[in-house]
Design a binder for this molecule. Structure first.
Ligand code: AHR
Length: 500
């Protein structure tokens, strides 16, 4: 089989915002406790941060990390996590029915995020709390001195403000499961007034208003339209969340799910642009896709666990072991994000460590990379630059949900800095390799610097503590001709081709 991607460096979608490769740390299961923070671990630094985990995070070059939730934030008070550790209260976290010791809080997160060279994407509680709590938090974090909250920060040993630039106005407030769930009107009014107060404290901040928590929410996209009527002027981004799963055990249908994500993004854009037109606004609302990933393997068991008693801190929850086919879908989803780089400016793979995560940190043991770590790493490291219009022609297969789906999903990014053209491609054909002809209409990128390819013996193979059996390897299966390069994409594979 053959497919073609035509590449012209003048047909540009947009410059990719580095923040497209963000991630998420929530107080949930073992993400914080025994994930990024384990003072007893042999690699822990003087702050209790696991250095083995930090190394794996740094190798992903994640530029922005959402914190502290998630559902957790909607009944959390950030004030519980500041000041002397021995004076901090242990609370019952209602989102995950877990004991929260508050030994890790805002200032610890800020210290940790510096070690991984990431900016925070801070979320405020608009479930049980509101305007006062949020504006105090901005004052504590961003003002230099001379006010109650900024001076309190200084008594906690942090002289310089954290200068947190981007803030989320609550989490999934459209979801009936959310503590403090709201109607669009209730949320829109509260988010607007909270955002207004936060920007009065620090006018330089950017705000993310809550969009729908999944594509299939019955209130989507009316939620976007109604809430934006209130928040359009104060917000800079609207959030999107979605998780995917191979619930029916049908791999071909599963691997086509990035088609759905593109529909989701297009509808959110349309809802935003409708409100923009209605308001005669000159501002274009950008998208912050601040929770996306695969989440289905253990959902039922986790539900059972949480329906019983209150869980001790660091109970394993949402610990998914990702397969090769999951990695292929993550690759396709990343390509879809790049295709929409003109409107999606921030995106967070959810989450970062242990909880639906690319990195697993065994308690007291090793940290290792899941299958999904690798496509994410490729795109994060080499997908920065200008996303080019993907003119792909590929044989298709018939999907029950989406009709004809191309076997090859692909896009190219031009890096002026490295003088490279990088092609990312998933071959969704489960039986056959495909020769992808990369046809260059402009630019002289005829040397293959590297072709990384990820395949597996079976689609259900996973990595584990014992070994990262699924990882990319170097391929030499490519040939140049006068019009470009032909690369062989093995069946069911993830590929990155760097041309120079
Ligand atoms: O990431 C796990 C959970 O998924 C988050 O807490 C919530 O926002 C979403 O429903």
């Amino acid at each position: 089989m053959n497919a073609t991607i035509i590449i012209d460096k003048d047909f540009q979608i947009a410059r990719v915002d580095d923040r497209l490769f963000g991630s998420f740390v929530e107080h949930l299961g073992r993400c914080v406790y025994t994930g990024i923070f384990e003072p007893e671990h042999e690699t822990a630094d003087e702050n209790g941060f696991r250095s083995d985990v930090i190394d794996l995070v740094n190798a992903l070059r994640v530029p922005i990390i959402r914190y502290p939730g998630g559902n957790f934030v909607s009944a959390y008070n950030w004030e519980d996590g500041i000041g002397p550790v021995e004076e901090r209260p242990t609370r019952l976290d209602l989102a995950w029915r877990t004991l929260e010791p508050n030994t890790f809080g805002l200032n610890e997160f800020m210290k940790w995020s510096k070690r991984v060279h990431a900016d925070p994407l801070m979320t405020v509680n608009l479930g049980t709390l509101g305007i006062d709590n949020a504006r105090n938090m901005v004052e504590y974090c961003n003002l230099e001195k001379g006010t109650y909250w900024s001076d309190l920060r200084r008594t906690h040993g942090i002289e310089k403000p954290h200068n947190i630039r981007t803030w989320c106005l609550g989490n999934e407030m459209d979801g009936p499961w959310q503590i403090g769930h709201k109607t669009p009107m209730e949320y829109g009014r509260l988010a607007r007034e909270t955002g207004k107060a936060m920007k009065l404290v620090d006018p330089s901040i950017e705000l993310v208003t809550c969009g729908s928590s999944k594509y299939i929410m019955p209130t989507f996209p009316q939620w976007e339209v109604e809430t934006l009527e209130h928040t359009y002027d104060i917000a800079d981004y609207i959030s999107m969340h979605n998780y995917y799963g191979n619930w029916d055990g049908n791999t071909s249908e599963y691997l086509a799910l990035n088609v759905e994500v593109e529909d989701f993004i297009h509808t959110v854009k349309a809802a935003c642009d409708y409100v923009k037109a209605k308001k005669r606004s000159s501002k274009t609302m950008m998208i912050c896709f601040d929770e996306w990933n695969i989440w289905f393997h253990n959902k039922q068991e986790d539900k059972k666990l949480m329906s019983q008693e209150i869980l001790p801190t660091a109970t394993p929850l949402l610990e998914e072991y990702y397969t090769h086919e999951d990695a292929l879908l993550v690759g396709a989803l990343l390509i879809s994000l790049l295709k929409n780089a003109d409107r999606v400016k921030i995106a967070c793979i959810a989450q970062l460590v242990n909880v639906i995560a690319p990195i697993i940190a065994e308690k007291g043991g090793k940290a290792w990379r899941q299958t999904i770590y690798f496509p994410f790493q490729h795109v994060s490291l080499y997908g920065r630059g200008i996303a080019l219009e993907p003119m792909v022609s590929s044989p298709t297969y018939e999907s029950d949900r989406f009709g004809p789906v191309p076997y090859v999903e692909s896009i190219a990014v031009l890096s002026e800095e490295r003088k490279e053209l990088v092609v990312f491609a998933v071959n969704r054909n489960l039986e056959e390799p495909i020769d992808l002809h990369v046809e260059l209409r402009s630019g002289n990128f005829r040397t293959v610097i590297d072709h990384q390819v990820m395949t597996a013996n079976t689609l259900k193979d996973t990595n584990s503590c014992e070994g990262e059996i699924i990882r990319p390897v170097h391929s030499k299966k490519h040939a140049a001709d006068e019009r470009g390069i032909t690369v062989s994409l093995p069946k069911a594979s993830w590929n990155m081709i760097r041309l120079g």
